[in-house]
Design a binder for this molecule. Structure first.
Ligand code: ADP
Ligand code: MG
Length: 543
C-alpha cells in the first residue's frame, strides 16, 4: 500500500473522489488483505477476498476523534501502523436509545522493506484522516459558531463532591482515554472546596487555555461563569469556551447540549461519552446568560434556571439523597408532594413579544453574529427597560464609576425598590406552587422541562408558574410527563407559560430558599434579565 498515489480517476458525478488508497492488513483482526480508500468524508475498508461488489466497511470521519501512526513493537517488523478511533451512534442490544460508542481499528502497511518509509506512509494516512475529521462548522451557523484549535490545551476542573462522588473516577476511566485518542492536552484541577473554581476563574491567566472544561453537575459551571464575570476583563473572559462533562447529579446543561445535537435523551456514562465526543470535536456555540440582582445587592449570572417554591425546595431538600445520583430529584419530588405548600409573592415580567414591539430591539437579534457587543447593545437599548427619569440617573452612575462590576455595566433594569415599567405585565395571582425560569431545554438529565428550546442561544427566558389550587395528582402527572417533555401537551389550568426577556419576583416573606442553576440563594426580592449570546459553550453539531 503506498497511501499516496491512487489510480488516475476520471471524476464522476455522485462518486466521491478517492484521496488516498492502498492495501493493508488489520491488527489484531481477521486475517487477509484489505483495500483501504479515503474520501473527504469516509474511510472505506474492503476485504480483498470478498467479491468487489460487496459493500465492505464504511467509517464516517464525522464520528472520528483521532488517528495516530506508530512503528511495530518488534524491531524486526518493517511495517508501519496507524490506529483510527471513532465513536458512531449505536444502540445497545437491550435498549432502543442511541449513544456514541467507541470503536477502534489498527492497520498495518508494508509497501517496501524500509521501516522508515512504511512509517512515513502510515503518518501520511494518519495526518490526512485527522485533517478530514476536523469538525466542520454547520453552514447555517457560519460566523456564529467556531472550532477549538488543534492542538489544544484545556483546563479541566473536577468536582470530587459532585453527584455520587464519582467525577474523579469518571475522568480517569472514561474521559482521559478519549482525550489521549484525540491528542488533546490538559491540566487537571480537582477542587478541594466549594468556590475554589470560582476564585481560580477570577485570577487565572486564561490565555493558557483554549477552553475550560467542567467535570461535575451544573453547580461547578455556575462557579466558573460567575468567576469569569467577576474579572475586570469579563467582556473577553466570558467568551472563553466552556465545556461540560456530566459528573454531577443535576446535569441539566449537559443534557441540553446533548439534546440540541439531536441525540436521544441518555444519562450517566452514555451522556458522558456523547459530551466527551463533543469536546474532542471542539465545536463552540454561543450561549445566553441571565443576570440577576437581589434585594440584598447580590449580582449573579446564570446559564440554566431560576426556581422558587416546589422546584427549589426539591433541589435543596434532595441534597441528602445525593448518593442516588439524578434519582435524588424523583425521590425529592415525591417527598415534597406529600407536604405540598404554597408560596406568596408578586411576579412581573417583560414579555418577549412586548420587548420586540418596542421601537428598538432590547437585545441583539439572534441572526446578528456579534456577541462581543452585547454590553453596548444593552446600554444603547436601555430605554426599553427603564422609565425616562431612571435612564438619565443610570447613565450618570455608569459615567462616574469606571471600574464597574459586570452586572452594574450590563444590567439595565429599573432598581428593585422602584415599580416595574408600565409595559411589564404584573401577574394578578399572588399565591404559587412554583415559579421556574429556564433558558435551556433540560433542568436535569430526566427533566425535559422546556421542549421548545432547541439551541443554547434562543434569546428567551422560558417562564413557567403554577398557581395554587393544583391537586397533588395533577402536579405529580406534570412532573412524570416532564421526563419525555410531554408535560405541556395536557392542558393544566393552573400552569402558565410565558417567553420573556426579564422578570421580577418579590416574595412576601424572606423564609425559604430560591435556587439559581441549582445553587441555593436566600429568599428575597430578585430580578433577572436575558443577555443573548454572552457566553460560549462546547456543543455538538446536529446529526
Ligand atoms: P451536583 O449536580 O451533584 O449537585 P454540582 O456540580 O452542582 O453537582 O456541585 C455541587 C456543589 O459542590 C456545588 O455547590 C459546587 O459549588 C460544590 N463544590 C465544588 N467543588 C467542591 C468540593 N471540592 N467540595 C465540596 N463542594 C464542592
Ligand atoms: Mg448541583
Amino acid at each position: 500500500m503506498d497511501g499516496q498515489r491512487c489510480p488516475e480517476q476520471t471524476p464522476q458525478r455522485g462518486v466521491p473522489e478517492v484521496l488516498l488508497c492502498g492495501e493493508c492488513t488489520q491488527v489484531p483482526g481477521p486475517k487477509g488483505r484489505y483495500a483501504l480508500s479515503l474520501t473527504a468524508t469516509h474511510l472505506h475498508l474492503q476485504w480483498l477476498e470478498q467479491a468487489p461488489e460487496s459493500p465492505g466497511c464504511l467509517l464516517s470521519l464525522a464520528d472520528c476523534i483521532g488517528c495516530c501512526a506508530f512503528k511495530g513493537r518488534d524491531p524486526a517488523d518493517p511495517g508501519g501502523y496507524f490506529s483510527v478511533f471513532w465513536y458512531p451512534l449505536k444502540k445497545k442490544w437491550w435498549r432502543s436509545l442511541e449513544a456514541r460508542q467507541r470503536e477502534a481499528k489498527t492497520f498495518r502497511l508494508e509497501t517496501c522493506r524500509d521501516p522508515k518509509e512504511n512509517l512515513k506512509t502510515a503518518e501520511r494516512w494518519a495526518e490526512k484522516i485527522r485533517e478530514l475529521s476536523v469538525q466542520r462548522i454547520p453552514k447555517e451557523e457560519e460566523g456564529l459558531y467556531s472550532c477549538l484549535p488543534q492542538p489544544r490545551q484545556l483546563l479541566v476542573l473536577v468536582n470530587p463532591h459532585g453527584g455520587k462522588g464519582e467525577a474523579q473516577n469518571l475522568f480517569y476511566s472514561q474521559i482521559l482515554p478519549m482525550l489521549v485518542e484525540a491528542n488533546i492536552g490538559f491540566n487537571l484541577v480537582v477542587t478541594d472546596r466549594q468556590n475554589q473554581a470560582r476564585e481560580l476563574m477570577r485570577d487565572e491567566d486564561l490565555s493558557r487555555w483554549d477552553a475550560v472544561v467542567i467535570v461535575s453537575g451544573d453547580g461547578l459551571v455556575y462557579e466558573v461563569v460567575n468567576g469569569l464575570m467577576e474579572r475586570p476583563d469579563w467582556k473577553s473572559a466570558i467568551k472563553k469556551p466552556v465545556g461540560i462533562l456530566p459528573g454531577g447529579s443535576g446535569n441539566g446543561l449537559a443534557a441540553a447540549i446533548n439534546h440540541y445535537a439531536g441525540n436521544d435523551q441518555v444519562s450517566n456514562q452514555e451522556l458522558l461519552t456523547n459530551c466527551t465526543f463533543f469536546l474532542c470535536k471542539g465545536l463552540v456555540a454561543p450561549m445566553d446568560l441571565v443576570s440577576f440582582t437581589t434585594g440584598s445587592g447580590k449580582c449573579i449570572f446564570s446559564f440554566l434556571s431560576f426556581a422558587w417554591g416546589f422546584v427549589s425546595d426539591v433541589d435543596i431538600e434532595s441534597e441528602k439523597y445525593r448518593m442516588m445520583g439524578h434519582t435524588r430529584f424523583t425521590v425529592g419530588t415525591l417527598v415534597r408532594l406529600s407536604s405540598l405548600r404554597t408560596y406568596k409573592g408578586r411576579l412581573a415580567y417583560l414579555r418577549a413579544e412586548e420587548a420586540s414591539n418596542q421601537n428598538t430591539e432590547i437585545f441583539p437579534n439572534p441572526s446578528s453574529s456579534s456577541t462581543a457587543t452585547s454590553h453596548q447593545n444593552c446600554q444603547k437599548l436601555q430605554p426599553n427597560f427603564c422609565n425616562d427619569t431612571h435612564q438619565s440617573l443610570n447613565a450618570n452612575v455608569v459615567h462616574q464609576i469606571t471600574s464597574e462590576s459586570s452586572v452594574d455595566e450590563i444590567s439595565n433594569l429599573i432598581p428593585l425598590d422602584q415599580p416595574v415599567p408600565n409595559h411589564w405585565t404584573v401577574v394578578k395571582e399572588e399565591e404559587f406552587v412554583l415559579i421556574l425560569a429556564i433558558y435551556q431545554s433540560h433542568l436535569g438529565t430526566s427533566y425535559f422541562t422546556a421542549p421548545m428550546v432547541s439551541r443554547p442561544d434562543d434569546s428567551l427566558i422560558h417562564l413557567f408558574y403554577v398557581r395554587s389550587g393544583i391537586s397533588r395528582t395533577a402536579l405529580l402527572k406534570f412532573f412524570l410527563a416532564m421526563e419525555k417533555g410531554n408535560h405541556l401537551e395536557h392542558s393544566c389550568p393552573h400552569l402558565v407559560y410565558m417567553p420573556v426577556k426579564a422578570f421580577r419576583l418579590e416574595p412576601f416573606t424572606n423564609k425559604g430558599i430560591m435556587t439559581i442553576d441549582g445553587e441555593a440563594l436566600e429568599c428575597g426580592p430578585i430580578q433577572g434579565q436575558l443577555h443573548s449570546r454572552l457566553a460560549r459553550i462546547i456543543s455538538g453539531s446536529k446529526k
